[in-house]
Design a protein. Structure first.
Length: 265
């Protein structure tokens, strides 16, 4: 791939952000798994009573505290992951242009605002991630548009679908829990959905890790290929002037001293 356009942005490694996301996603998967286990214990508790009021006050307080702690932990992790992921995706999209890729359908700004525009945020982030995945493919180095024909991993679609399902279930469970005058059946339904929320949240975290690691490895490999190709091209260019190499000073001989003396006189 030719990168002769002097206006191409520089390639900047996103390794640090990717590692941060890996840690956050690991914690999210763990907390989501704990949440699913807690909801299962709640289902077991509700199946043994006719009314939630029959449960003693201490047990209800303990369960409420644990549920709220897990919920707040998940929300904090979601927010941290959201900020880090958008930052990482935007940089990866810039790196895709640094590779010399052209004819993107979505500009780099969509890597940010695509998550916030109503209705559009149901599909635009997936489209941007798909483009970045294809543009990062190390097999697409022949031309600046070869990336267009590259395949997209099924993990990308699976991650986005599971993430949307998890968000929908989270809202549905919260609606059932906050419903005024909730019956035992409402609580049982909310806990059942809570199990699905924890499971889908953990699954989306794992799939997100696979997507991030896939793009990260591809970009590093592609940049290494491009860098080697450019170094070989520069080395074989007979007209290339290496300004970093200082020319050797001329040898001092008797003739050079005589020439310098006569030139000064």
């Amino acid at each position: 791939m030719e990168r002769r356009d002097r206006f191409l942005p520089p390639y900047i490694s996103t390794r640090f952000t990717a590692r941060l996301l890996t840690i956050l996603l690991l914690f999210t998967a763990a907390v989501s798994g704990l949440s699913a286990g807690f909801e299962i214990s709640q289902l077991h508790l509700l199946s043994g009573v006719g009314d939630y009021a029959d449960v003693d006050e201490e047990t209800r307080w303990a369960h409420t505290f644990i549920r709220n702690t897990l919920l707040v932990s998940r929300l904090l992790l979601y927010g941290s992951i959201g900020i880090a992921f958008i930052t990482w995706l935007h940089r990866c999209r810039i790196n895709a242009r640094a590779f010399g890729c052209r004819r993107f359908r979505y500009s780099r700004i969509w890597a940010i605002i695509g998550f916030f525009v109503p209705i559009v945020n149901f599909f635009r982030p997936y489209q941007v991630v798909s483009e970045v995945w294809r543009a990062s493919d190390p097999r697409s180095v022949e031309t600046s548009v070869a990336w267009i024909n590259m395949p997209v991993s099924r993990f990308v679609l699976a991650w986005w679908v599971v993430l949307l399902v998890s968000a929908f279930l989270e809202i549905l469970a919260a609606g059932l829990l906050t419903h005024s005058g909730a019956t035992i059946d409402d609580l049982f339904a909310a806990r059942s959905i809570g199990v699905l929320v924890g499971a889908t949240s953990a699954a989306s975290a794992i799939l997100a890790y696979l997507v991030i690691s896939g793009i990260e490895e591809s970009q590093q490999e592609k940049w290494a290929i491009i860098s080697r190709a450019e170094a070989e091209a520069d080395a074989n260019d007979p007209y290339r002037i290496d300004h970093l190499i200082e020319p050797e000073p001329p040898a001092i001989t008797a003739r050079s001293i005589w020439r310098a003396h006569t030139a000064d006189s």
